[in-house]
Design a binder for this molecule. Structure first.
Ligand code: FES
Length: 189
């Protein structure tokens, strides 16, 4: 029977014991490495996060009182186009007539607007396929087969709730964070 020595601890503990002890040492080293990496990353991430001041500066305030039913305006939010559109009763009815469950990105108009303001549709003006600016917000622009927005880059059609209905875009036009700060004023961001 072999003797247990410092060089051959497996003999003292049995092979399994030796393996277990080595594994533990390695796992412990990895765990401490992980904690060290996390501890180093956290200050970096918190430094990268924009301060409240920066975020407040990058919000956009819009007076929506002058937007008539059937009209849209193009604004800018954090350097990207923003569409603000007041739907006609017909456009609201068209959006409501489609079961959300039948859509590629299932969302109702109600879920995409604020309570009491179902006719006010606020979305980013950025196609979710490859980022072109869709048509449909400007006067006389093509609105596509579903009466909302049309992206001519590769043919994505959005409906009156700016939901993707046809073409390669994977998701609806993004609804940004916003709130009504009065009956006629919206703050985005
Ligand atoms: S970027 Fe809009 S369809 Fe491709």
């Amino acid at each position: 029977m072999a003797e247990a020595t410092i060089d051959n601890p497996a003999v003292a503990d049995g092979d399994e014991g030796g393996v277990r002890r080595r594994d533990f040492i390695e796992i412990a080293a990895v765990s401490f490495g992980g904690i060290g990496a996390l501890a180093t990353l956290y200050p970096l991430i918190s430094q990268m996060a924009p301060s409240r001041d920066v975020l407040a500066e990058s919000s956009t305030e819009i007076d929506v009182s002058a937007i008539q039913p059937g009209q849209a305006v193009k604004a800018v939010f954090r350097k990207q186009p923003l569409f603000v559109r007041r739907l006609t009763p017909k456009e609201v009815a068209e959006a409501d007539a489609v079961p959300a469950s039948s859509l590629r990105d299932p969302e109702s108009l109600e879920e995409r607007t604020k309570p009491g303001h179902k006719d006010m549709l606020i979305t980013m003006g950025v196609c979710t396929h490859l980022g072109c600016v869709p048509l449909g917000a400007g006067e006389g622009e093509v609105k596509g087969e579903f009466g909302g927005y049309f992206c001519p880059c590769h043919g994505s059609h959005y409906d009156t709730a700016a939901r993707i209905r046809k073409g390669p875009a994977p998701t609806n036009l993004l609804v940004p964070e916003y709130e009504f700060t009065s009956e006629t004023t919206v703050t985005v961001g």
